[in-house]
Design a protein around this ligand. Structure first.
Ligand code: SF4
Length: 104
């Protein structure tokens, strides 16, 4: 079963429905600076993103790449399984990897 985490995200050729409104608001809110990110949450996010960056399920999104100013880094990646943007997913504290590579 594919786990989903939160939003309608246009990725490379598809609209993916994600289901956790809280994770959307939390992840994107922290990503754009609407909500504070504690040092512990920042460290957790970096740890999660490092795992995702090395994961074969991580895919680059043209839209995230555009939002990221064309910079090819982990912020332009989304998870190919749950379709969540990796950066925003990593900032949502209660999120987890759909195949258990990282936990809540
Ligand atoms: S959430 Fe898990 S499966 Fe998805 S890209 Fe990250 S490590 Fe890979």
């Amino acid at each position: 079963m594919v786990q989903t985490c939160g939003i309608f995200l246009l990725t490379n050729g598809g609209v993916h429905i994600m289901t956790s409104l809280f994770s959307i608001v939390e992840g994107w809110g922290k990503s754009v600076g609407l909500f504070d990110v504690s040092p512990e949450e920042q460290a957790l996010s970096v740890e999660r993103m490092n795992i995702c960056a090395a994961c074969p399920e991580a895919k680059e999104s043209k839209i995230l790449l555009m939002l990221n100013g064309g910079v090819h880094d982990v912020k332009a990646l989304y998870c190919g399984l749950c379709k969540c943007p990796v950066n925003e997913k990593s900032l949502a504290v209660k999120e987890s990897c759909p195949i258990g590579k990282w936990e809540k």
